[in-house]
Design a protein around this ligand. Structure first.
Ligand code: ADP
Ligand code: ADP
Length: 223
């Protein structure tokens, strides 16, 4: 059963641009799906619609199962958008804090996640003291701290150097393999999509359609 289904999703903006046209797509629980395509093909628009940050002009999004919905979604954007004055710990705490979880209650989960993203010992650092890669690690921890069913990632590593990007790809896969959340990963990198995903959705440059889908198999043995 798919976790999430897009049915005939289209999106046009008031300036006349049509970013998506009749997109049909199913995302299964536990999938690591890449949305791959050139700049401007509508990847971010599709992700924003899944996230509930934008509404489709035509078609609809269906969430399967009891009580699942957009509240079970975590986000990681290319810009880590961390609170600059707040510590690493407090940045990761934020989504839980907004749900009324105290610092003390949140602490074990936050420490565990920071360890998983190799940031143990940096709890009290503030973002300007961190490299771009480390900020992205904070952003991933923040995206996962509410234990979302689905993690949406919009070109998260595009601004990072190759080596940092490679390490982050590896660490993200380890996290996914252990915790089995569903990932929708927007990228224009063929390498990244093949390395990371078990499904690649290729989006055509024009006119914002799904062009093809490839089943590439799990990149790691999944026990
Ligand atoms: P991608 O993520 O694949 O680079 P986008 O989804 O960002 O593509 O954009 C698809 C098309 O829609 C582009 O032509 C872009 O300029 C346009 N677009 C995206 N968002 C808006 C918006 N809010 N208003 C007008 N046009 C937009
Ligand atoms: P809605 O679903 O409510 O129509 P949109 O997806 O149209 O929301 O989002 C509108 C937002 O996108 C505005 O904040 C606007 O500033 C921004 N925006 C406008 N033009 C573009 C563009 N070409 N590319 C990306 N974002 C844009």
């Amino acid at each position: 059963v798919p976790l999430l289904r897009l049915r005939g999703v289209g999106k046009s903006f008031s300036n006349g641009v049509t970013a998506l046209r009749g997109v049909d797509l199913s995302i299964r629980e536990g999938d690591f799906v890449s949305l791959l395509g050139p700049s401007g093909c509508g990847k971010s628009t599709a992700l924003r619609i899944v996230a509930g940050l934008s509404s489709p002009t035509t078609g609809r999004i269906e969430w399967q199962g009891e009580g699942i919905g957009q509240k079970d979604v975590g986000f990681v954007f290319q810009e880590p958008t961390l609170m600059p004055w707040a510590s690493v710990f407090d940045n990761v705490w934020l989504p839980l804090r907004l749900r009324g979880v105290s610092r003390r209650e949140a602490e074990p989960a936050i420490r565990g996640l920071l360890e998983r993203v190799h940031l143990s010992g940096f709890e009290d650092a503030v973002p300007r003291e961190l490299s771009g890669g480390m900020k992205m690690r904070v952003s991933i921890a923040r995206g996962l701290v509410t234990k979302p069913r689905v993690l949406l990632m919009d070109e998260p590593f595009a601004a990072l150097d190759e080596i940092t990007r490679f390490k982050l790809n590896d660490d993200l896969l380890d996290l996914w393999r252990d915790q089995r959340f569903t990932v929708v990963f927007v990228t224009h990198s063929v390498f990244e999509s093949v390395f990371l995903s078990n499904r690649i959705v290729v989006m055509a440059a024009r006119p914002g359609r799904v062009h093809d889908e490839l089943e590439v198999g799990a990149p790691y043995p999944r026990d």
